[in-house]
Design a protein around this ligand. Structure first.
Ligand SMILES: NC(=O)c1ccc[n+]([C@@H]2O[C@H](COP(=O)([O-])OP(=O)(O)OC[C@H]3O[C@@H](n4cnc5c(N)ncnc54)[C@H](OP(=O)(O)O)[C@@H]3O)[C@@H](O)[C@H]2O)c1
Length: 256
C-alpha cells in the first residue's frame, strides 16, 4: 500500500499528540517539522526534521519534492510567519492543508484583563509607577521590557534569555510547563507579583497563570492574536483526525 505522506508543522503539544495518533495509522507516513528554537526539544513520537524551509517557496518545494499529500499547520497560535507560509505554500502547490489552532482563552468573572496588540503595548500598559511583573511571554520579545526599567520583571522561558536583559531588577525562571494552579499561585506570591503579561495562547498547559491571577486579584495584560493565516482550521486533535479522514481521498490513500 502506498502511504500518504503528511507534513506536520509543530512545536506544540497538540502537534505532538496529533503525530502520535497518526503514527498508529499504517496508511500514513508522518514527518514532524520543528523550527529548532529550543535547545532540547521535547521527545517526539515520529521522525522529525529541524529548521526553516526558506519561506513559503521553500516550503512549497519541500512539499512537492517530498511527494506530500497533506500539510498540517499545528504551530503555536503566535507563530504567525510559518502559518502564513503554510497557507501560501498550500495555495501554490494545491496540496490539501489544515490548521490545528487551539481556541483562545476568554475572560471570566473575576478576571482583570487588559487586552493589547503586542509586547511593546503590554509593557507600555504597565504605566509609569514601578510594578512587579510576571513576564510569561517567552524569551522572544522579552527585550521590549528594557524600555520600562522601573518595574521588577520575573521572566519565564524554556531557554535562557540571551543576551540577558539590560535591566537592574529582573529574575529568570527556566520552565516549559505544563504549569499547575498551586505552582503559579506560589510563584506569584513568592515574587510579590502584581501584574502578569501573557499571550492569549489558549490551551490548558499554560492556563494556570490566568486562574492564579484571578484568584489573587491581579491585573493580566493579555496579548491578542493576529487574524488567522487563512487555512481551514479545527480546534482539537480529535477534530483534526476527523478532518484528515475527509481531506485524504481514497484515491490518495491508494497512491493513484
Ligand atoms: N511564538 C510563540 O509564542 C511560540 C510558543 C511556543 C512554541 N512555538 C513554536 O516555536 C516555533 C517557532 O515559533 P516562532 O514564533 O518563532 O515562528 P514564526 O515567527 O512564525 O516563524 C519564523 C520562521 O521560523 C521557521 N519555522 C517556524 N516554525 C517552524 C516549524 N515548525 N518547522 C520549520 N520551520 C519553522 C520558518 O522559517 P522559514 O521561513 O525559513 O521556513 C519561519 O518563517 C514554531 O514551531 C512554534 O510552533 C512558538
Amino acid at each position: 500500500m502506498e502511504k500518504t505522506r503528511i507534513l506536520i508543522l509543530g512545536g506544540t503539544g497538540e502537534a505532538r499528540r496529533l503525530a502520535a495518533e497518526l503514527a498508529t495509522r499504517e496508511e500514513f507516513d508522518i514527518l514532524l517539522s520543528l523550527a529548532g528554537r529550543t535547545e532540547t526539544p521535547a521527545r517526539q513520537p515520529v521522525p522529525v526534521r529541524i529548521g526553516g524551509f526558506g519561506g513559503a517557496d521553500g516550503l512549497a518545494t519541500f512539499l512537492t519534492e517530498g511527494g506530500y499529500g497533506l500539510l498540517i499547520d499545528a504551530t503555536h497560535p503566535f507563530a504567525e510567519r510559518i502559518s502564513a507560509n503554510a497557507a501560501m505554500a498550500a495555495g501554490r502547490t494545491g496540496i490539501p492543508a489544515l490548521a490545528l489552532v487551539r481556541p483562545e482563552w476568554l475572560p471570566e468573572p473575576g478576571d482583570h484583563w487588559h487586552i493589547v496588540a503586542d509586547i511593546p503595548a503590554a509593557i507600555a500598559s504597565l504605566g509609569p509607577a514601578p510594578r512587579r511583573v510576571f513576564l510569561a511571554t517567552g524569551r522572544q520579545g522579552a527585550h521590549h521590557a528594557e524600555v520600562a526599567p522601573q518595574h521588577f520583571y520575573l521572566v519565564r522561558s524554556v531557554d535562557p534569555v540571551d543576551p540577558p536583559l539590560a535591566l537592574a531588577d529582573v529574575e529568570y525562571i527556566l520552565d516549559r510547563g505544563p504549569f499547575t494552579l498551586e505552582g503559579e499561585i506560589e510563584l506569584m506570591r513568592q515574587y510579590r507579583i502584581d501584574a502578569v503579561v501573557t499571550k492569549n495562547s489558549g490551551g490548558t498547559a499554560a492556563y494556570a497563570k490566568i486562574e492564579a491571577a484571578r484568584l489573587l486579584g491581579l491585573k493580566v495584560v493579555v496579548i491578542a492574536r493576529a487574524p488567522a493565516a487563512g487555512l481551514t482550521s479545527v480546534e482539537t486533535v480529535e477534530a483534526a483526525l476527523e478532518a484528515i479522514g475527509h481531506l485524504v481521498s481514497p484515491a490518495m490513500k491508494r497512491g493513484v
